[in-house]
Design a protein around this ligand. Sequence first.
Ligand code: SF4
Ligand code: SF4
Length: 150
Amino acid sequence: MRPKPIYGAPCNNCGLCCVVSQCPISLLVFGPREGRCPALEPDGLGGFRCGFVDHAEGDYRKPAELMIGAGHGCDMAGTPQDYAEREKRRPHIIRQARREEEALTPDQRRIFLAWKTAAVAKIRPIQPGPTSPLPSGHGAPGKPPGEAEH
Ligand code: SF4
Ligand code: SF4
């Protein structure tokens, strides 16, 4: 497995985030579980990709990308340096996620909000924390340290 880059650096598809924890959509679809997310798939190039996003078609693709925090760089925080970087980048990540949500078409937005609402409802009883969560990916509500781009 490739070494994980620092938080916020371009995602290299190492897959570590999805091996050690689940993002909100994974918790929603598969429920809480040990081990790697069942949606994680080899990319044929020595890395991994999110099958949930890769198999999402049409109006489901964009909402799926938003749910996993795609395009935000490495979103798994594991080291003190990662956590420091995450705090530094938090306002930018939240702004970027808002812009992405605003750019959705009405149909995409309906899908995204339905998934997000269902994921939060499922996750909150499992893991109440953090009070100021990141909006998506592995840093979203319920996710133990980490977030994902692929
Ligand atoms: S991003 Fe989420 S759904 Fe996709 S492989 Fe990782 S944990 Fe699973
Ligand atoms: S987001 Fe996940 S797959 Fe991408 S570099 Fe970070 S740990 Fe690796």
